[in-house]
Design a protein around this ligand. Structure first.
Ligand SMILES: [Fe+2]
Length: 462
């Protein structure tokens, strides 16, 4: 009887796989219905560090194309203070010095603190460094570890968070990421940071509070930034018609080192991964700077050196929720044929405040007259993952298109984060963690097979 039962099960699985008859799984996990509200400004997570002109909102990001530089950013409130960063490696007690720059901005009736950015260069790979900011008044010391040298089998684990905000749920998401035993070494952030623009006149004090909230992670490991729509801060009705003003003053990225001409699209290499960051809210039509850049960038990706090709973009191309439905469609039409041609492993997006993972699918055959406009299974195509479930003030996206489309492998309306753990040139273990579970529990997992080195179907081979 056991054998018969198994043959029925296997037969069903074979049929399902062969015919691609239904969508994947819509999780039956039901999140408790409760409002997602911002933590008040006097919450302990927003506390200002003590001391005159103490640096706050400290965050770091990779400062070059290969992981031998780190941009350190911080804000001082009382006076400009020093732009200097003192730093030293774990094994050397002699301190070295790097000089940064200072900027600030006004937004309606708000004036920012003194925003410092300092790129520390010529670092050694795979080395723990301590760094000190606030020289001359109140100093604060943090540390980071540089990634290993770029190479095909360098293991590395990325965290993934999107649409974080600063609610009680955001705090849970960040804590779960910090406590996750998978131990992300750098965080790939897929856009929508503070949600300050949800407040009257885009109350920029909420940019400051977000910086203080996230510092417990952003000061210690690089967060790789993608611009979302909540970074636009475009409000001509109050005289603020310069897009991305708070974002570009507060967050510096190494866009020039990948030949980009704007901070919204760029690439970096970390360990065995080549990461391309795209901009949903900058022009991407033919002849635009972003289009030209991506066209030149993709042929430069050397899979012998960096087997894993990862793309970050805010607005998802494949999304079966009834939120932001098809907003990513125009960019998909422009770039999807390239992603298939160059065998992108995975595309991470945010924007939709829920979780979803796709099958490996593409939809590039349509030519206006042939009517071929349905996603099909494609082993050269990326997996698309929506990870916009950080837990911001706008709440969960829990309204899905029904039935679940065939291309959608798994979806669930819960807050959480994910990790992408590269083991070697062929295998990476991906796990999604919902906030209601224990830190080590995964709500969705997938072993990724590299599209260049091991382009097999993850579901039917090993
Ligand atoms: Fe968004």
């Amino acid at each position: 009887m056991g054998a018969l039962w198994w043959s029925v099960v296997l037969g069903f699985l074979a049929l399902k796989s062969a015919l691609f008859v239904d969508g994947g799984l819509t999780s039956n996990f039901v999140r408790k219905e409760e409002k997602t509200i911002d933590m008040p400004l006097d919450s302990d997570v927003f506390r200002t560090p003590p001391g005159y002109n103490a640096p706050q909102q400290v965050h770091i990001t990779q400062g070059d194309h290969v992981g031998k530089a780190m941009i350190v950013s911080w804000v001082t409130m009382d006076e400009p203070g020093s732009n200097t960063v003192l730093y030293w490696s774990q094994n050397s007690k002699s301190k070295r010095k790097a000089e940064g720059m200072l900027t600030r901005y006004s937004y309606f009736n708000y004036t920012s603190g003194f925003i410092h950015h300092c790129n520390i260069t010529n670092l050694k790979h795979d080395t723990k460094y301590y760094y000190m900011v606030g020289i001359g008044h109140t100093t604060r010391t943090f540390w980071f570890t540089t990634p290993p040298e770029v190479g095909p089998d360098a293991p590395y684990t990325f965290g993934l968070i999107g649409d974080l905000g600063q609610t009680y749920d955001s705090n849970i998401t960040l804590t779960h990421y910090e406590m996750n035993p998978a131990k992300g070494q750098a965080l790939l952030f897929v856009g929508d940071i503070s949600y300050a623009d949800n407040y009257p006149n885009h109350d920029n004090r909420r940019w400051d509070s977000w910086g203080r909230f996230a510092e417990r992670s952003t000061a210690y490991q690089p967060w790789i930034w993608t611009a979302g729509n909540h970074e636009l801060d475009f409000a001509p009705e109050i005289g603020e018609d310069e897009t991305f003003k708070p974002y570009t003053h507060r967050f510096h990225v190494p866009y020039k080192s990948s030949g980009s001409t704007a901070p919204f699209w760029y690439s970096i290499k970390i360990a065995s991964a080549h990461i391309i960051v795209l901009a949903s809210y900058s022009a991407y039509g033919k002849y635009t700077p972003q289009y030209n850049w991506l066209q030149q960038e993709l042929p430069k990706v050397n899979r012998t050196q960096t087997p894993w090709l990862i793309v970050l973009v805010h607005s998802p191309w494949y999304n079966s929720y009834n939120y932001h439905y098809m907003e990513g469609e125009t960019m998909r039409v422009m770039f999807e044929p390239w992603f298939v041609k160059y065998k992108v492993d995975v595309v991470f997006a945010g924007h939709v405040h829920a979780y979803e993972r796709s099958e490996r699918i593409s939809n590039i055959a349509y030519n206006i007259v042939n009517g071929i406009c349905k996603p099909v299974k494609d082993q050269s195509a990326p997996v698309y993952i929506t990870i916009g479930d950080g837990g911001n003030i706008e709440g969960i996206a829990n309204n899905m298109t029904e039935p679940q489309p065939e291309y959608s492998a798994f979806r669930e309306a819960s807050f959480g984060h994910a990790t992408f753990g590269i083991k070697n040139r062929t295998h990476a273990f991906y796990g999604w963690h919902r906030n209601q579970d224990g830190f080590a529990v995964t709500g969705d997992t997938m072993w990724f097979y590299n599209r260049y080195w091991h382009p097999e179907d993850e579901y039917t081979s090993v």
